[in-house]
Design a protein around this ligand. Structure first.
Ligand SMILES: Nc1nc2c(ncn2[C@@H]2O[C@H](COP(=O)(O)OP(=O)(O)O)[C@@H](O)[C@H]2O)c(=O)[nH]1
Ligand SMILES: [Mg+2]
Length: 431
């Protein structure tokens, strides 16, 4: 933990802009403010000041001063809302360097906030998610996590386990006093309850992770059905080559788009058919792999041709294209013409409904949002199941310790001291 340095970084995006926000954190933040602005503004009050360094004016800026520990990082923090041009920024940074400040590492502000107990790890991750959020659903999830939705859930389980652990320890230490049975029964009941809650939370088909990273939709079908036309229509631009020559698309082409507030990764693939062309055959292999690894598969067929349904594909949605042609025959699913646009709105509505169904919330509890959390929770579950089978209170206690530590890793509050504290607090009844 090296928090002795005073760090600075551009908090807003680079490039030309009306304004830029530069953040400073560390013991030298106040001195830097005073050196550039003449004195420190009142805490948490926006103040306009002329910034100057070695006799030259740098900018007229809006300044904010947050003395620690009531700041984002828990340290003294200053914010400089300067004009957005590159020259202003560079001049300010040059002055900072001369004042002994150092450029921040990626994530260093949030890291200091975690180290100083201002944010738990899930909230720090939510800060990153908030900066990355592209769709309303991602924003909602990130905000919820930032407000502590996940941290409260996990900390609740962890303190439940620490309570059960204290009971188990009491049972071990007071085993002569006859407290053993009742204490252990209560602890085991608490563990079963927590196992069920963690299971409910983890068995969500990866909803939160998919929401955060985007849902993957593969468009597959025979050659010439209009798959490339469809991805272009969805993306509203020409990203894939559309051609009457079957076998034109050979690689998987992807596009990111928003549908119903959710982020979607749509991929166009090579037409599924047997081919002697090695490159096309590889394309077909990739198309099948894409369909297998995607969350949703859309099968696109040419309704003007005799049905040519590729085997081995289990579509979530079947779409018949080329309804504008006289030979068109409607099959089971949605009909459309990518040429005239007829039926495209219905397809979008059906797709949106599928995505919503895939990502819908069954209850109001916050969603598991990262593989890191899932991994730790699975570890905790394994220890807790092991605890259920443990006959000896000592082994039961050890499993609880492992489980609470695994959960503590998610929020970053994996403090062994804390567990000991709680154990001893509850344990010293009258002794
Ligand atoms: N008449 C008609 N032709 C279409 C329609 N959609 C695509 N096509 C044509 O079908 C051919 C194959 O389209 P393409 O998108 O490249 O199909 P892909 O091989 O499945 O990617 C092209 O000549 C398109 O112009 C449609 O709705 N109606
Ligand atoms: Mg194609």
């Amino acid at each position: 933990m090296t928090q002795g340095s005073t760090i600075f970084a551009l908090a807003s995006a680079g490039g030309r802009a009306g304004l830029a926000v530069v953040r400073v954190s560390g013991p030298g933040a106040g001195a830097a403010l005073a050196a550039l602005a003449g004195n420190k503004p009142q805490p948490r009050r926006a103040s306009v000041r002329r910034l100057s360094w070695q006799g030259a004016t740098l900018d007229k800026a809006l300044l904010l001063w947050f003395p620690g520990p009531d700041s984002f990082t828990g340290q003294d923090v200053a914010e400089f809302h300067i004009h957005g041009g590159r020259a202003v920024r560079e001049a300010l940074f040059a002055a900072f360097l001369e004042l002994g400040l150092v450029p921040a590492e990626p994530g260093e502000f949030s890291r200091r906030a975690v180290e100083n107990g201002r944010l738990d790890l899930t909230r720090a991750e939510a800060v990153a998610d908030l900066a990355e959020a592209q769709t309303p659903a991602q924003l909602r999830q990130a905000l919820r996590q930032y407000e502590g939705g996940l941290a409260d859930l996990y900390e609740g389980w962890r303190s439940g386990l620490i309570g059960a652990l204290a009971s188990a320890e009491a049972a071990i230490d007071f085993s002569d006093d006859g407290v053993e049975e009742t204490e252990l029964i209560a602890a085991r009941a608490a563990v079963s309850e927590i196992i069920q809650e963690i299971q409910r939370h983890t068995e969500d088909f990866g909803r939160g992770e998919v929401l955060r990273e985007g849902l993957r939709l593969a468009i597959v079908g025979p050659p010439n059905a209009g798959k490339s036309s469809l991805i272009n229509a969805l993306a509203r631009r020409d990203i894939a080559i559309v051609s009457e020559t079957p076998g034109t698309t050979r690689d998987v082409i992807g596009v990111r788009l928003e549908l119903g507030g959710y982020l979607l990764h749509v991929s166009d693939t090579a037409g599924l058919r047997d081919s002697n062309d090695a490159i096309e055959a590889e394309g077909v292999r990739r198309a099948r792999a894409e369909a297998a690894s995607s969350h949703l598969t859309l099968l696109l067929l040419d309704g003007s041709e005799p049905a040519n349904i590729p085997d081995g594909i289990e579509p979530d949605l079947t779409v018949w294209n080329k309804s504008d042609l006289p030979a068109f025959k409607k099959g089971d699913g949605i009909s459309l013409s990518l040429k005239s646009g007829e039926g495209l709105a219905q397809l979008l509505a059906a797709l949106t409904a599928l995505v919503e169904k895939r990502l819908e919330t069954k209850d109001e509890s916050p969603a598991l949002s990262r593989p890191r959390h899932r991994h730790a929770l699975n570890e905790a579950l394994a220890s807790l199941r092991h605890a259920q089978d443990a006959k000896e209170p000592e082994l039961f206690a050890e499993d609880l310790r492992l489980a609470s530590r695994a959960i503590g890793r998610i929020t970053g509050s994996m403090d062994v001291e804390e567990i000991l504290d709680s154990v001893f607090r509850d344990f010293c009844i009258g002794k």
